[in-house]
Ligand binder design. Sequence first.
Ligand code: ZN
Length: 209
Amino acid sequence: MSVARPGKIIGIGRNYRDHAAELGNTVPAKPLLFLKPASAVIADGATIVLPPESRQVEFEGEIGVVIGRPIRRATEEQASGAIAGITCVNDVTARDLQRSEEQWTRAKGFDTFCPMGPRLVPVDPRRLATLEVFCRVNGKERQHGHARDMVFTILTLVSFASHVMTLEPGDLIATGTPAGVGPLADGDVVEVEIPGVGILRNPVVAEAR
Ligand code: ZN
């Protein structure tokens, strides 16, 4: 199944203890939600553009959850029936802007900052905790996370978010990144792989000032 552009993208901050620690943060008591604009989405193979406003754009390999039918104030059981499938996401982040601003809209929202794909794969809800995610830059492994190490499970995240806003078909939840984040540079190629789902591969180019 190909991946349609989502109506909204919900990001999750600090959902792996080792990643929270590497940025000097503690883990939140409740899921920490933020939004990325749909205009940031690019497909597998499309180019990530490093904007001149940032000197530190970083990759964040993540497990992406795509919603299949509308849910509001869903239990975890209801949430499990509303997931269309799993896809790879790169939650590209301007780390310097994120550190200097309390709201993350600018740091997370530049055009091309949400590669997703290459396809949407249905996953048995009972197997969600067995998912793994890898991120490689220029073929070198930089991240390897296990869904079982998430602070909040995928079903908890979907249920929690649905208590804030109605989740609609196509909406994407980027479930947080494991440790190992690092900078991207002009000429890099970054890959996010979820075994059994696929490999999302995107080249990186710096935008001229
Ligand atoms: Zn992220």
